[in-house]
Design a protein around this ligand. Sequence first.
Ligand SMILES: Cc1cc2nc3c(=O)[nH]c(=O)nc-3n(C[C@H](O)[C@H](O)[C@H](O)COP(=O)(O)OP(=O)(O)OC[C@H]3O[C@@H](n4cnc5c(N)ncnc54)[C@H](O)[C@@H]3O)c2cc1C
Length: 320
Amino acid sequence: MMTHIGILIETTADGIKPALNGVITAARGPEHKLYGLVFDGKSAAYKDELQAFGIHKIVDIQSDEGLLNWNPDCWARAMVDALDYFEIDTLFGLTSFQTKDVFPRIAALLDAPLLLDCIGVDLRTLTAEKSQFSGKTIATFKLGGTHYLFGIRPNVIDPQPSPVTAEVLSFKTKISEESLTVEAVKEDAGDAIDLAEAPIIIAGGRAMQNAGNFRILYECAQVLGAAVGASRVAVDAGWVPHSMQVGQTGTTVSPNLYIACGISGSVQHFAGMKTAQVIVAINTDPQAAMMQNCDYGIVGDLFDVIPILTRRLKSALNDK
Ligand SMILES: Cc1cc2nc3c(=O)[nH]c(=O)nc-3n(C[C@H](O)[C@H](O)[C@H](O)COP(=O)(O)OP(=O)(O)OC[C@H]3O[C@@H](n4cnc5c(N)ncnc54)[C@H](O)[C@@H]3O)c2cc1C
């Protein structure tokens, strides 16, 4: 029997969030019909990308008055409405700020189990995996009930195209803003890449010494198209905001490439980045835990190494 699966398509001004392609890959299956749920009214513009990854139906969710602006309460009720209409019993999304705001509301409305930050999902057995205890163990959860909600950790699932022909549909919900009104949405300053979803991260620790020195990381990040992260020491010292902290009490990241600059590699820091596909460490101490647990280690002073790295990357990427 065909299983109908919904995927919340999160978008930015640049289009669909790139990490969503891994989520769509995780949701696919021979008996699965995938519904992409879109709120910004631009379904037609996303058709090529979504059908390339296997979305069968792209649903523009709107109210009678038009677009539903961001409002987690309203979006949750509109999605429950759409799930009911399209007979969708399983919902996937990225584990992001938006999903963390809206999925628990849907789970409450449907009395359904919700698992966020999954690193793997098997819908045949209705099980999902999450890493626990700072990444020391992996727990397998078995879900029961009639509806299931999964938030996938960004970048843990390799996106694999699987082209189909998608149909664009419009779904009008009667839901309107009632119990909760969003007065204003404030974006993070600048056009910084979201740390949790960034494919490349360059992070600095205590060795950065002060806020101003982070400039060399921003310069390198700009060349690489990377986000900048930090250890807790750098955050506690007030050099960078907490939103940049990677680790047990910060953000968990899973980029393709993580460059740790002057970070010793405490268990709490590793807890937040150990699933990175490639780890590069720059450290003066070859015995530092980060150096012992990286794919490539550069023994050296980061104030010498990073400017050279930035220069070399710039010319290598320009030559392409
Ligand atoms: C409950 C709890 C939760 C925590 N949560 C987190 C968390 O979420 N994230 C986190 O990061 N930490 C966390 N910590 C803190 C953690 O234990 C470490 O103290 C912290 O990660 C160390 O940060 P660091 O690596 O920047 O500093 P250090 O451990 O001091 O390491 C600095 C490194 O820089 C190298 N170095 C020095 N100068 C240079 C140079 N010029 N060039 C290159 N390398 C140089 C040194 O050799 C050293 O390896 C937590 C701690 C606790 C108790």
